[in-house]
Design a protein around this ligand. Structure first.
Ligand code: BG6
Ligand code: MG
Length: 218
């Protein structure tokens, strides 16, 4: 294992919940039956694709301009929520894992679909741990396509097979696996069916666990 490539929302910090709350507010306003179960489909998926999934819950037709306006409305609400993020919002064990990885000389990258990712890393005060943050505006195909994780590996100068990817979304696990990387899923076995290794909480993620699981991969 030469590198670990992290997702952000739901792995480094619980902004996945804020994304849900902001979409829920928009869906309520539009009278669409959006709930937590349906929200699983949105995890890891880009802003505009998420909007399309929500609008598919109703029959109304929107112009592109209206869609951009709705996506902006959600993003403004989301941005209000993340202004309050502090280092105390790092998920359990994440900071000690980042430290352990750094000390062991393992490279670290971020592969998040969120345009707000650099802002959130700064709010969490963990930007310096990252050797590379993939610029999502340069990515043509979002998760589950492998492009974002492959770009991370290429920017770090390591082979995909030497990378571990950490995700909380089905689309993210698929992206990692099709990139030819070892996939670690944070969540329940039902949500993380395709992961190589599943942990219920980020507190279980340690250098030892990642290294030995990657070394013993099938
Ligand atoms: C992903 C989230 O990290 O980023 C998705 O899991 C979100 O829920 C996507 O839609 C895009 O985020 P943003 O901040 O650019 O709207
Ligand atoms: Mg996520």
């Amino acid at each position: 294992m030469k590198a670990v490539i992290f997702d952000l929302d739901g792995v480094i910090t619980d902004t996945a919940e804020y994304h849900y709350l902001a979409w829920k507010s928009l869906a309520d306003e539009l009278g669409l039956p959006f709930d937590k179960e349906y929200n699983e489909k949105l995890k890891g998926v880009s802003r505009m694709e998420s909007l399309e999934l929500i609008l598919a819950l109703g029959n109304a037709q929107y112009t592109d301009e209206q869609k951009y306006q709705l996506a902006d409305q959600k993003n403004e609400l989301y941005k209000e929520m993340i202004k309050k993020v502090t280092p105390a919002d790092l998920l359990p064990g994440i900071e000690s894992l980042l430290k352990e990885l750094k000390e062991a000389g393992i490279l670290i990258a971020l592969a998040s679909a969120s345009k707000n990712a650099p802002f959130i890393l700064d709010r969490l005060e963990v930007t310096p741990y990252f050797d590379h943050v993939v610029d999502v505006t340069q990515i043509k195909n979002g998760k589950p396509d492998p492009e974002i994780f492959l770009t991370g590996a290429a920017k770090l100068g390591v082979l995909p097979s030497d990378c571990v990817g950490v995700e909380d979304a089905e689309a993210g696990i698929e992206s990692i696996r099709s990139a030819g990387m070892y996939a670690v899923g944070v969540g329940t076995p039902a949500q993380m069916q395709k992961a190589d290794l599943i942990v219920a909480s980020t507190s279980e993620l340690t250098l030892d666990l990642l290294k030995s699981s990657h070394a013993n991969r099938a």
